[in-house]
Design a protein. Structure first.
Length: 328
């Protein structure tokens, strides 16, 4: 039987150490409630910038900005439209206490207070106009994102001081599963400086950080590792994860979910289990690898079909059988 609990075992990944067994991750980081804006429990409502959120489609439907009637049509007018929330009167000690009381002590303790600056840009303007603005008015885009980042950094310092997290968290989806939405050059010029300023709050305190970024993200990994990121999720298989693992070793923990889209409706239980074991045998040796936590007894994700839950149940059962066999 393992000696380390879930919390301590996962934190080994965040420190570049070999865990006792393959961890499972479930996005435990706390965030101040005001970061939700006026959203409803299902994610609909409005963001902190007043952008209406709707439920998107997909295997895991999530709240996303509506795709019409954007509130910022001209980037040069952003100062009239974009206002960060006033957090000068926030009782940070109370928020931290509430978060700690709601936290399961078996899970790692993380926290963050950052909004994805790329996602904010395209939420305010739409993908087309947001990307055009990056080409036509890059200095205006930078001014707006730095204004938002000033606010993020100030609040992240409060989170660090009051929440006292074991790790910092941030996410800003800049990629589709096949390609990034922006070039590496544009990323480094416009977006990376904002990310870096946020991550520095934690890195300067010696706190490792996570990065949430879906899709084909591998060409940005050098940059984010240098910012203080130790854990990347979800590391989708459209990236060359074996090459990244060989390149970074234990310096970057890869959290890979077994993606449902790779299974057709006729796949058998034996095939699922065999494929899962083969992937674990490729990725687990040497540490720096993590799976997503899935509790089939909890009903999975409501949008999943019974068949999808069945397939995930097989992978989770197989994971539980083999996760302790790699490092002892």
């Amino acid at each position: 039987m393992p000696i380390l609990n879930k919390r301590d075992n996962w934190m080994r990944l965040m420190k570049g150490e070999i865990p006792e067994y393959i961890p499972a991750y479930a996005a435990w980081a706390a965030s101040p409630p005001f970061m939700r804006g006026t959203r409803n429990p299902d994610g609909t409502g409005t963001s902190i910038f007043g952008v209406e959120q709707v439920i998107g489609s997909g295997i895991v439907p999530a709240a996303m900005p509506k795709t019409h009637d954007f509130i910022l049509e001209d980037i040069t007018k952003w100062r009239e439209i974009v206002k960060v929330p006033d957090t000068s009167d926030v009782d940070w000690a109370m928020l931290a206490n509430d978060a700690q009381n709601a936290h399961n002590p078996e899970n790692p303790w993380g926290a963050g207070c950052g909004v994805g600056v790329f996602q904010t840009l395209v939420a305010l303007m739409g993908f087309t106009e947001g990307l055009v603005a990056c080409y036509e008015e890059p200095e205006e885009v930078k001014d707006m994102l730095n204004y938002i980042t000033d606010w993020m950094v100030a609040n992240a310092k409060q989170v660090l001081y009051h929440y006292k997290p074991e790790y910092g968290a941030y996410g800003d989806d800049i990629a589709h599963e096949r390609n990034p939405f922006i070039s590496l050059e544009m990323f480094r010029d416009i977006f990376a400086p904002c990310w870096r300023r946020y991550y520095e709050v934690f890195a300067e305190a010696g706190i490792p950080c996570t990065m949430h970024n879906c899709g084909h993200f591998e060409e940005f990994i050098d940059d984010v590792v240098n910012m203080g990121v130790w854990f990347w999720e979800p590391s989708q298989s459209t990236n060359d994860l074996l090459a990244l693992k060989a390149r970074y070793g234990t310096r970057l923990a890869i959290c890979e979910g077994f993606e449902l889209r790779f299974f057709d409706s006729a796949v058998t239980e034996e095939e699922v289990r065999a494929l899962f074991r083969a992937r674990m045998d490729e990725m687990a040796p040497g540490g720096a690898y993590c799976n997503f936590e899935f509790d089939p007894t909890g009903g999975g994700i409501p949008s999943f079909t019974p068949r999808q839950i069945e397939i995930l149940s097989w992978t989770w059962d197989e994971f539980e059988k083999i996760r302790y066999s790699y490092y002892n």
